[in-house]
Write a protein that binds this ligand. Structure first.
Ligand SMILES: Nc1nc2c(c(=O)[nH]1)N[C@H]1C(S)=C(S)[C@@H](COP(=O)(O)OP(=O)(O)OC[C@H]3O[C@@H](n4cnc5c(N)ncnc54)[C@H](O)[C@@H]3O)O[C@H]1N2
Ligand code: MOO
Length: 411
């Protein structure tokens, strides 16, 4: 019997999910200092030219080309500093001492850096050839007034926010944070610091999900551990649905006798899909509650973190108006170790991607790939993504890898 028949392929699940979701409409306006990581809600239009005026790129001398024609030294007519333009008369046959960032005087054809000049009793001698426009940074050459500097949907980081500061923009309109409620389910779960009775374990998944949500800039509503009781689980879902845009649970989505999540979802909302052709993470469920989206992560910790990473991360990106899913581009490299795999599902094994002295990349397994071995994320730095139809992979074969992003300590 083929247990994998009827499982939904990952790309189909992702398309179905993302097609149903539209970005949040609500926005807020924040000072630049508080806007790191947020997504612009509108095109940001520049009110200014940058640079705002023609200015010098070097410490040196502002000249007119015609004055250099006979090779004679030029006496100084005055000085220009950043913030203190030269505003005197500029007589023919003279030059102006100028500093980096100072506005070039009207009529200036070029700036000669001081290393290419010589002081003489009769003024400054220009030994090297001087080209029109050299060392002048032109008004508007970086950004012109009225142009869209960053389109709607830009994630604001240290690459963008200082540009807004340079335009004199003090605040920016961004999409509001996505509100996400999270809880773990299971009678066996305890908090770190508590005593474990026989058969109990510590709750790993809620911390993993909470931390990933924070990294992704979401507002987290952490509802704790919900015991395996239909009543308590129903109450948790209702409370979560009333507060959040997305509700994430972990555990209880498989086929065990205490796996109530699916039953309650059927009752309170609609399940769009459940059971994917991926390993780990097969019992991932997605659907809609009364007003929020629902993601049911499998209980096994690697499966929970992996399905969050591969499915919930792109969902949150879309909701927050970010066109970038957050997933790293995949590469093809050779594996240096044998990889165990059964045909049927798309495997996301954890691997170590390295570069040898010749600059060639290769990957090796982190070892045990059980969906309870959370330390494999720490040992690895990438997913080894093995196609559904593939069986065991021998050392030397080519495989696809997906480097971890910052959620798992990658770049
Ligand atoms: N007969 C079948 N059994 C299972 C199947 C299946 O298809 N048929 N799928 C297996 C797979 S794959 C996974 S993954 C799990 C998912 O099960 P659930 O989502 O129902 O999760 P639980 O049964 O509640 O727990 C599974 C496992 O994970 C531990 N767990 C749960 N929550 C946490 C947490 N917050 N932190 C740490 N560990 C957690 C739990 O103790 C169990 O060991 O089902 C398989 N079974
Ligand atoms: O598909 Mo499960 O998530 O292997 O542990």
């Amino acid at each position: 019997m083929d247990f994998n028949a009827g499982l939904m392929p990952l790309d189909v699940a992702l398309t179905q999910m993302l097609d149903r979701i539209s970005p949040l409409h609500d926005t807020e306006t924040l000072p630049l200092m508080q806007a790191f990581g947020r997504i612009t809600a509108k095109d940001v239009v520049s009110p200014l030219d940058v640079p705002g005026f023609d200015n010098s790129a070097m410490d040196g001398y502002a000249v007119r080309l015609i004055d250099l024609a006979d090779g004679q030294p030029l006496p100084l007519a005055g000085k220009a500093f950043a913030g203190q333009p030269f505003d005197g008369e500029w007589p023919t046959g003279t030059c102006v001492r100028i500093m980096t960032g100072a506005p070039v005087p009207p009529g200036c054809d070029a700036v000669v850096m001081q290393e290419e000049t010589e002081q003489t009793d009769n003024g400054v001698r220009f030994s090297a050839r001087v080209n029109a426009g050299q060392n002048i940074r032109r008004r508007g050459e970086d950004i012109t007034a009225g142009s869209a500097v960053f389109p709607r949907g830009t994630r604001l980081t240290v690459a963008e926010l200082p540009v807004l500061a340079s335009l004199g923009i003090p605040q920016v309109e961004v999409v509001r944070k996505v509100r996400v409620a999270v809880f773990s389910t299971g009678d066996e779960l305890k908090l770190p610091g508590e005593q474990l009775a026989a058969g109990q374990i510590y709750d790993t998944n809620r911390l993993a999900v909470h931390l990933m949500l924070e990294q992704l800039g979401c507002e987290v509503i952490n509802l704790g551990i919900i015991p395996d009781s239909q009543e308590k689980l129903r109450a948790a879902f209702i409370a979560a649905d009333s507060q959040a845009d997305v509700v994430i649970s972990s555990g209880g989505v498989s086929v065990g006798e205490a796996d109530y999540t699916k039953t309650i979802l059927d009752e309170l909302g609609e399940i769009a899909f459940w059971k994917l052709a991926i390993k780990p993470g097969k019992p991932f469920a997605f659907g809609k509650l009364n007003h929020s989206w629902f993601c049911g992560l499998p209980g096994n910790p690697v499966s929970a973190a992996l399905t969050f990473y591969q499915l919930v991360q792109p969902l949150l990106a879309k909701l927050s108006g970010n066109p970038d899913s957050g997933l790293s581009p995949r590469l093809r490299v050779q594996t240096t170790t044998r990889l165990k795999k059964s045909p049927g599902r798309l495997d996301f094994q954890r691997g170590v991607l390295t570069r040898n002295a010749e600059g060639d990349l290769s990957v090796a397994t982190t070892g045990h790939q059980g969906s309870h071995v959370f330390s494999s994320f720490s040992q690895g730095n990438c997913f080894i993504v093995l196609e559904r139809c593939r069986g065991n992979v021998d050392a030397g074969e080519w495989v696809e890898v997906e480097p971890f992003n910052a959620l798992f300590g990658g770049l």
